[in-house]
Ligand binder design. Structure first.
Ligand code: HEC
Length: 149
Protein backbone atom coordinates (compact mmCIF):
# COMPACT_ATOMS: atom_id res chain seq x y z
CA UNK A 1 0.00 0.00 0.00
CA UNK A 2 1.58 3.32 -1.00
CA UNK A 3 1.70 6.36 1.27
CA UNK A 4 -1.08 8.28 -0.48
CA UNK A 5 -3.44 5.35 -0.37
CA UNK A 6 -2.65 4.78 3.30
CA UNK A 7 -3.47 8.44 4.00
CA UNK A 8 -6.85 8.01 2.29
CA UNK A 9 -7.58 4.87 4.29
CA UNK A 10 -6.63 6.64 7.53
CA UNK A 11 -8.84 9.60 6.61
CA UNK A 12 -11.74 7.30 5.82
CA UNK A 13 -11.37 5.55 9.16
CA UNK A 14 -11.13 8.86 11.01
CA UNK A 15 -14.32 10.08 9.31
CA UNK A 16 -16.12 6.88 10.20
CA UNK A 17 -15.22 7.41 13.85
CA UNK A 18 -16.52 10.98 13.73
CA UNK A 19 -19.75 9.84 12.10
CA UNK A 20 -20.26 7.06 14.62
CA UNK A 21 -19.73 9.52 17.46
CA UNK A 22 -22.10 11.99 15.84
CA UNK A 23 -24.91 9.64 14.87
CA UNK A 24 -24.76 6.86 17.46
CA UNK A 25 -25.68 3.46 16.12
CA UNK A 26 -28.44 4.57 13.77
CA UNK A 27 -26.80 6.62 11.06
CA UNK A 28 -25.58 4.91 7.92
CA UNK A 29 -21.80 4.81 8.10
CA UNK A 30 -19.89 3.98 4.96
CA UNK A 31 -16.14 4.16 5.20
CA UNK A 32 -15.25 3.47 1.61
CA UNK A 33 -11.50 3.26 1.66
CA UNK A 34 -11.51 2.20 -1.99
CA UNK A 35 -12.76 5.56 -3.25
CA UNK A 36 -11.69 9.16 -2.74
CA UNK A 37 -14.91 9.96 -0.94
CA UNK A 38 -15.14 8.63 2.57
CA UNK A 39 -18.50 10.30 3.08
CA UNK A 40 -21.72 8.63 1.97
CA UNK A 41 -23.41 11.12 -0.32
CA UNK A 42 -26.78 9.54 0.42
CA UNK A 43 -26.44 10.00 4.17
CA UNK A 44 -28.63 12.48 6.06
CA UNK A 45 -25.44 14.31 7.17
CA UNK A 46 -24.30 14.90 3.62
CA UNK A 47 -27.73 16.12 2.54
CA UNK A 48 -28.04 18.41 5.53
CA UNK A 49 -24.51 19.66 4.87
CA UNK A 50 -25.35 20.43 1.25
CA UNK A 51 -28.23 22.58 2.44
CA UNK A 52 -26.06 24.37 5.01
CA UNK A 53 -23.37 25.03 2.42
CA UNK A 54 -25.77 27.42 0.66
CA UNK A 55 -24.60 29.93 3.29
CA UNK A 56 -20.99 29.62 2.10
CA UNK A 57 -21.53 29.26 -1.65
CA UNK A 58 -21.51 32.93 -2.57
CA UNK A 59 -18.01 33.31 -1.14
CA UNK A 60 -16.30 29.94 -1.67
CA UNK A 61 -15.65 27.35 -4.37
CA UNK A 62 -14.86 23.76 -3.33
CA UNK A 63 -13.01 22.63 -6.44
CA UNK A 64 -10.19 24.37 -8.30
CA UNK A 65 -11.55 27.28 -10.31
CA UNK A 66 -10.28 30.08 -12.52
CA UNK A 67 -12.51 32.56 -10.76
CA UNK A 68 -11.74 33.84 -7.27
CA UNK A 69 -14.84 34.55 -5.27
CA UNK A 70 -15.09 36.87 -2.24
CA UNK A 71 -13.44 34.15 -0.14
CA UNK A 72 -10.53 31.77 -0.87
CA UNK A 73 -10.93 28.57 -2.88
CA UNK A 74 -11.37 25.59 -0.51
CA UNK A 75 -10.19 22.76 -2.80
CA UNK A 76 -8.26 20.13 -0.82
CA UNK A 77 -9.30 21.81 2.43
CA UNK A 78 -8.93 18.87 4.84
CA UNK A 79 -5.38 18.90 6.20
CA UNK A 80 -4.52 22.08 4.29
CA UNK A 81 -2.55 24.85 5.97
CA UNK A 82 -4.51 28.03 6.62
CA UNK A 83 -4.19 30.84 4.07
CA UNK A 84 -2.86 28.46 1.38
CA UNK A 85 -4.80 29.69 -1.67
CA UNK A 86 -1.97 31.49 -3.45
CA UNK A 87 -4.37 33.50 -5.61
CA UNK A 88 -6.27 34.94 -2.65
CA UNK A 89 -5.40 38.12 -0.72
CA UNK A 90 -5.83 36.97 2.89
CA UNK A 91 -6.17 39.36 5.79
CA UNK A 92 -3.01 40.08 7.81
CA UNK A 93 -4.68 38.29 10.75
CA UNK A 94 -5.15 35.00 8.89
CA UNK A 95 -1.70 35.25 7.30
CA UNK A 96 -0.15 35.71 10.72
CA UNK A 97 -2.02 32.69 12.10
CA UNK A 98 -1.24 30.47 9.11
CA UNK A 99 2.07 29.07 10.37
CA UNK A 100 0.33 27.37 13.31
CA UNK A 101 -3.09 26.64 11.80
CA UNK A 102 -4.00 23.49 9.84
CA UNK A 103 -7.58 22.85 8.75
CA UNK A 104 -8.33 19.52 10.36
CA UNK A 105 -11.85 18.67 11.45
CA UNK A 106 -11.45 19.84 15.03
CA UNK A 107 -10.10 23.24 13.96
CA UNK A 108 -12.73 23.63 11.25
CA UNK A 109 -15.43 22.80 13.76
CA UNK A 110 -14.25 25.69 15.95
CA UNK A 111 -13.92 27.97 12.91
CA UNK A 112 -17.47 27.22 11.78
CA UNK A 113 -18.79 27.78 15.28
CA UNK A 114 -17.18 31.20 15.55
CA UNK A 115 -14.48 32.27 13.07
CA UNK A 116 -13.51 35.28 15.19
CA UNK A 117 -12.70 33.03 18.16
CA UNK A 118 -10.13 31.05 16.13
CA UNK A 119 -8.51 33.98 14.33
CA UNK A 120 -9.46 37.36 15.81
CA UNK A 121 -9.46 40.03 13.12
CA UNK A 122 -10.07 37.68 10.20
CA UNK A 123 -12.24 39.12 7.43
CA UNK A 124 -14.70 36.29 6.84
CA UNK A 125 -18.08 37.99 7.28
CA UNK A 126 -19.86 35.06 8.88
CA UNK A 127 -21.15 34.88 12.45
CA UNK A 128 -20.97 31.10 12.85
CA UNK A 129 -23.12 27.98 13.20
CA UNK A 130 -24.08 27.29 16.80
CA UNK A 131 -25.69 23.84 16.36
CA UNK A 132 -22.94 21.17 16.74
CA UNK A 133 -24.86 18.61 14.61
CA UNK A 134 -25.13 21.15 11.82
CA UNK A 135 -21.37 21.68 11.94
CA UNK A 136 -20.76 17.91 11.73
CA UNK A 137 -23.09 17.75 8.72
CA UNK A 138 -21.44 20.68 6.97
CA UNK A 139 -17.99 19.18 7.60
CA UNK A 140 -19.08 15.86 6.08
CA UNK A 141 -20.27 17.72 2.99
CA UNK A 142 -17.09 19.83 2.81
CA UNK A 143 -14.87 16.77 3.20
CA UNK A 144 -16.55 15.04 0.28
CA UNK A 145 -16.75 18.05 -1.97
CA UNK A 146 -13.27 19.52 -1.41
CA UNK A 147 -11.42 16.24 -2.02
CA UNK A 148 -9.66 15.65 -5.33
CA UNK A 149 -11.82 14.26 -8.14
C1 HEC B 1 -19.30 36.82 2.98
C2 HEC B 1 -18.35 35.89 2.44
C3 HEC B 1 -18.09 34.60 3.20
C4 HEC B 1 -18.98 33.67 3.68
C5 HEC B 1 -20.50 33.74 3.66
C6 HEC B 1 -18.19 32.57 4.18
N1 HEC B 1 -16.86 32.84 4.04
FE1 HEC B 1 -15.31 31.64 4.54
N2 HEC B 1 -13.99 33.10 4.14
C7 HEC B 1 -14.31 34.33 3.59
C8 HEC B 1 -13.12 35.16 3.54
C9 HEC B 1 -13.04 36.58 3.01
C10 HEC B 1 -12.08 34.38 4.08
C11 HEC B 1 -10.63 34.82 4.29
C12 HEC B 1 -10.57 35.51 5.65
C13 HEC B 1 -9.29 36.25 5.93
O1 HEC B 1 -8.43 36.37 5.05
O2 HEC B 1 -9.18 36.71 7.07
C14 HEC B 1 -12.67 33.09 4.42
C15 HEC B 1 -11.95 32.00 4.95
C16 HEC B 1 -12.45 30.74 5.12
C17 HEC B 1 -11.69 29.59 5.48
C18 HEC B 1 -10.17 29.53 5.65
C19 HEC B 1 -9.57 29.21 4.29
C20 HEC B 1 -8.07 29.23 4.16
O3 HEC B 1 -7.59 29.16 3.03
O4 HEC B 1 -7.36 29.30 5.18
C21 HEC B 1 -12.56 28.55 5.55
C22 HEC B 1 -12.22 27.10 5.88
C23 HEC B 1 -13.88 29.04 5.27
N3 HEC B 1 -13.77 30.39 5.01
C24 HEC B 1 -15.03 28.29 5.25
C25 HEC B 1 -16.32 28.83 5.13
C26 HEC B 1 -17.54 28.05 5.26
C27 HEC B 1 -17.60 26.56 5.44
C28 HEC B 1 -18.57 28.94 5.13
C29 HEC B 1 -20.06 28.67 5.28
C30 HEC B 1 -20.50 28.25 6.58
C31 HEC B 1 -18.01 30.25 4.91
N4 HEC B 1 -16.63 30.13 4.91
C32 HEC B 1 -18.73 31.41 4.70
C33 HEC B 1 -15.56 34.73 3.17
C34 HEC B 1 -16.75 34.08 3.46
Amino acid sequence: MNARRWTLVRRALASAVVLVLATGAHGPVHAQASTQKSVDVNSPEYKRGRLLYIQCRACHDLQPSEIEKIGPNLAGLMGRKAAADAAFAYSPALQAAASKLVWDKATLDRWLEKPAAVVPGNTMAFAGISNPADRVALLAYLEAETSAR
